[in-house]
Design a protein around this ligand. Sequence first.
Ligand SMILES: O=C(O)c1ccccc1NCC(=O)[C@H](O)[C@H](O)COP(=O)(O)O
Length: 235
Amino acid sequence: MKDGCEVKICGITNIEDALSAAREGADYLGVVVEVSYSPRSLTVEGAREIFSRTPLPAVALVYQMSPERIKYLVNSLHPHALQFLNLAPETITWCKKEFTELECWQSLHLPPAGEGLDRENVLAQIKAGCEAGADVIVLDTAAVVGGTQRYGGTGRTSDWQLVRELGVACTVPLFLAGGINPANVQAAIKVVNPEGIDLCSGVEAQPGKKSPDKIRALMQAVRETIREATSERNG
Ligand SMILES: O=C(O)c1ccccc1NCC(=O)[C@H](O)[C@H](O)COP(=O)(O)O
């Protein structure tokens, strides 16, 4: 088990939730920006208060955004990182040249646990993201929710044993996402041993609104898992 596990609380839609994530000790927050299929999506203008007031490094999640709009977003919000929801090796390479301080995170999607997976295809995507210069690979679950195919915020877990195996191909930090909540986070960390976890619906009171109590319970469980692993390692 690694020495720690970073936590990104994603799908933040308001400054109160951003401050609550910071208070409870999260490492990053994520804001979905101009992604039409997300119920948690904000416009660049609507996200301004969160990015300007949060004490945490803030990640802007985008889907097929044009280079012009990316420039506008970066110059308006000054995010710590852009997270690409579609496989975007060329955009990552361009961003790293254009904005030298900006981190680029790449989301990749797996089916829910128990559904078939094209292993070689996922490995090729991990390789493409890493070679393009991604700073972090996020392995998330894609699933049909309410009759619609969704690429994030599904509340569904993937096959974590498989994620652990696929993660070996990552030459950059791996974050696990998809269906993580206070009740299963210990198992998620123990099975996958990721550098970080990324979660959204598992700490919500209702869609789009976080529960401070759930964030606290999640963070306590993460700390407990790391503490146990450290004391086991030290005998
Ligand atoms: O949260 C959303 O609504 C969302 C929609 C479309 C793409 C990404 C989205 N969220 C991004 C995240 O990074 C979530 O933390 C990740 O998908 C895990 O979500 P969940 O299964 O709800 O924990």
